[in-house]
Design a protein around this ligand. Sequence first.
Ligand SMILES: [Ca+2]
Length: 249
Amino acid sequence: MSDEGLYECYYTGRYSDSKQGIMRLVVRGCPTAYFGDSCISRCAQDTCQNKIVCGPDPLSCRCIAVFSGSFCDTLTDLDECSLGTDDCDQVCENVVGSFTCSCWDGYAMDGGTCVDVDECSLGIDNCEHTCHNHVGNYTCSCNEGYFLSSNGWNCTEPLTCIVISATQQAPVETFLCSAHQREEHFAKNHEISLAVEGVIGEIETISWTVNGINATSSLNLTEGVYTVQATAVNEFSELSTNMTLRVVD
Ligand SMILES: [Ca+2]
């Protein structure tokens, strides 16, 4: 009912029942530009929030998109990403009342568009030798004689030569080494240190054996003749070499 005036309202079926009496209801319309249950809401910018306009008929706030409520002051979230109403180039993230855009790894936002990052020219690549830019990523390559490691950026030279040595602080009382023997002499019960004297290639791990038994690079041997073997390994190659130790009294 919208007409202003007096009405008599009868409870259905009780008109003839004088015990119940009659209810009277005053119905009035709101003055122009007012609305709401008690006609105290005025359609103006200060009542309709968030740039909402006053509706024509019935007079009320007309809410846009994400707002709702009598005065359009309730933020209603729409997931623009799921609805596909976003204008993101690559990645859309929904937030209450709006959404934000971002880019995949290897891209950067430029004026609302995701563009390739040239990691090589920016110097933010991990390549040990040479960087090649591609749209969305980059790849590495290695100089001749090197192999690209499985991590995609390191360059490893395969092992082609290894020379080992043994040294000892203790004086050797008996010295039997001839110039043409790959054999050295050491004093017993004094520490002998094994080391790599020279290598071509990159050693990632090295292990030692003495007469076929695993050993460390620090030995303390009794009198006798021993075969020391070193085995060097990297991602692309393995190389072993032997030397003989003669330990004397
Ligand atoms: Ca790139």
